[in-house]
Design a protein. Structure first.
Ligand code: NAP
Length: 238
């Protein structure tokens, strides 16, 4: 049985991804940081799941998560770097500490978890790493420069790591979701949501399950010759 580690799986896209992998027959490691109640409830709901509290923006947290996955299930076959935070601020109002915090949560977590998980994957000469970027990392969002830059960094990291790990039989790709109905967008007004829907060819906001399905596909045998790609899951927005 293969093991999938999903960072930030207590809520939103991460929780939907944990459900999708569990349903597909994987052992699932549900990582959370603050939302313990949600993570425990999800863990109870799923078969072959454990939850691990770890702040993956720190080296100790990322190391603990991957070593716990290996201790409980014997290794890591799939890593989904999903944990993330947003920041809606003009550059002129963004402090250096806010910028650094966003890069720690969105980029350094991706680097650290990939670094530790790839040790197991290289040894077994197989593995899948799927990073959750954003369409704003491709296009750039107004009033979200720090977030857009962090998600663009995730794309650069994905493409470079795919080259580095390809010879070891490991694929590395990213998804770039559009506007998805999760807590991250709870601050949007109805008018903001309508405007975003108007710009989307499919005329609606996406669901966490739709992003999870794309991630599951990238981890599947059907995607065995797919690496270094950024798969838009954005209703055609980009
Ligand atoms: P969400 O509902 O706010 O969930 C964020 C998740 O990340 C939570 O489970 C949270 O866990 C976890 N997390 C945050 N910081 C963490 C840390 N330091 N260590 C471990 N876990 C941490 O957001 P979402 O919309 O599902 O977003 C998931 C990913 O998709 C993010 O990378 C986001 O940038 C990306 N994305 C979202 C959208 C969208 O429209 N929603 C679009 C494009 C990309 P705790 O609550 O347990 O701390």
């Amino acid at each position: 049985m293969k093991t999938a580690v999903i960072t930030g799986a207590s809520r939103g896209i991460g929780a939907a991804t944990a459900r999708a992998f569990s349903k597909a027959g994987y052992n699932v490691v549900i990582n959370y940081n603050k939302s313990e109640k949600e993570a425990f409830a999800l863990c109870k709901e799923l078969e072959n799941a454990v939850c691990v509290k770890a702040d993956v923006s720190t080296e100790e947290g990322a190391r603990l998560l991957i070593s716990e996955a290996a201790r409980v299930f014997g290794g890591v076959d799939v890593l989904v770097n999903n944990a993330g935070e947003a920041l809606c601020k003009m550059v002129s109002d963004t402090s250096l500490s806010e910028w650094k915090r966003l890069f720690a949560v969105n980029v350094e977590s991706t680097f650290l978890c990939s670094k530790f998980a790839s040790e197991y994957m290289v040894r077994q000469k197989s593995g899948r790493i799927i990073n959750v970027s954003s369409m704003w990392g491709v296009k750039g969002a107004s009033v979200e420069a720090a977030y857009s830059a962090s998600k663009a960094a995730v794309i650069g990291f994905t493409k470079a790591l795919a080259r580095e790990l390809g010879p070891s039989g490991i694929t590395v790709s990213a998804v770039a979701p559009g506007v998805i109905d999760t807590d991250m967008n709870a601050h949007l007004s109805d008018a903001d949501k309508r405007a975003l829907c108007d710009e989307t060819p499919l005329c609606r906001i996406g669901t966490p399950e739709e992003v999870a399905a794309a991630i599951l596909w990238l981890a599947s045998d059907a995607a065995s010759f797919v690496t270094a790609q950024v798969l838009g899951v954005d209703g055609g927005f980009i």
